[in-house]
Write a protein that binds this ligand. Sequence first.
Ligand SMILES: Cc1ncc(COP(=O)(O)O)c(C=O)c1O
Length: 390
Amino acid sequence: MTMQFAAPQGLGASAPVSTFDAVVETAMFDQPTLVISLDRVEQQYHALKAGLGRADIHYAVKANPAPEVIARLVAVGSHFDAASRGEIELCLAQGARPYEISFGNTIKRAADVAYAHSVGVTLFAADAAEELDKIAQHAPGAQVYIRLIVETSQADWPLSRKFGCDRDMALELLDRARDLGLQAVGFSFHVGSQTRRAAMWGPTLDEMHKIWHAATEAGHNLTLLNIGGGFPAFYGQDIEAPTDYAASVMDQVSARFGEVARVMAEPGRGLVAEAGAIVAEVMLASRKSARDLHRWVYLSIGRFSGLAETDGEAIRYQISTPRDGDPMGPCVLAGPSCDSADVLYEKQPVLLPLSLSAGDRVVIRNCGAYTSSYSSVGFNGFPPLAVMVV
Ligand SMILES: Cc1ncc(COP(=O)(O)O)c(C=O)c1O
C-alpha cells in the first residue's frame, strides 16, 4: 500500500484534529483501506466496562482481529472470545493469558480443542452432545457453558439458528457434561448483533432466567452467565450511549439473576465499529438510461471486499464525500466486482452528491467491525481490505 499525507485543509493551530481524523480525511491510499484508531477502541472499552461493572469483557476477536487492536485490549485488561485456533494463537501472541480466553465457537475441530487445552485455555462453549464428547476427550476437566437458541428478531443483524440448542436439550447437556467429568458452569446466549435498545434484552433474559432456574432445581451449581454480544454501533439510527446501554443490560441481569458469581459479555461490534472508517473511491457514476431516476454509483469497495453486512441492506453505513455541500440525489450503490450480487443499497437508495464522479474520495464511517474480517482474499482480483492502525 502506498500512502501520502496531504496537509489537513483549513486546520489552524487552535483546531486540533486527531491523527485518525487527519488520516481519514487526507491520506492518499491506492486501495480501499480501513483506518482504525486504537485510542477510540480503548475509550469504547472503558465506556462499556463502566456500564458492565462486574462483568468481564471477552472481546469477540472476529469483529476485528488486527493484532494491534488485540494488543491494546490486552493492555487495558480485556479478556477474549476466540472462534478458532488461529484467534487463540493471535491473542496469546499479543500477550493475552490463556485462562482469559474462551473458546466460544460451538463448532470446533478436535485437534483445536486439544491445542487450546495444551496452552491453558480452560473455558469452552458447546451446544451438542458430540461437542461435549470432543471437549471431554481433548480437554478433560474443562469448564463448559451451554449455548441456548434465543429469539433474535429484534436485532438489525440477527444471528440464525445455526448456534445454540433448546431448553430441554440444554438441561440434558449439563447432565452429560457433568457425567463426562467436565465442569458444567453455565449458559450463554446472543441477543443478535446490533440490538439497538437495551430494553430489547428483557424477553431474552426472562427466558434465560427460567432455564437457569430449571437447571438449578435439577441440582446444577451454575456460576457463569455469558450474555454474548449485541451491543450496538451508531450507523445513523439512534442508539443509547455505551455506558448507559451496558448498565441497563446489567441492571436487567441483576434484577433476574441476583449476584450470579460470574457474568461475561462478548462485545464485538459495539467495541470496535465506531473506531474505524474506510477510505475508498468512486469508480464510476452512471445512469442506465436517460430516463433513469437513480444514478448508479460504483465504489472501489463492495460486498466481497469488506461490506458483507450490507446483505439484505441490514447494516446501513454512513457515507461522506468532499462534495457533500453540493445538491444531493438518490443513487443505487454498488461494489466494483463483476458479480451482480455486489450491490450494497438498491431497495432503499442512498443520497449522495449529484456531482460525484470517478476518482472522488468516499469515507464510510463507523465500520471498524466485521469489514476487514469479512473481506475476501482476492475475489475478482480485488485485494483484501487493507488495514491501517493509528
Ligand atoms: C459467540 C459470539 N460472541 C460474541 C459475538 C459478537 O457479537 P457482536 O458483534 O454483536 O457484539 C459473536 C458474533 O458473531 C459471537 O458469535
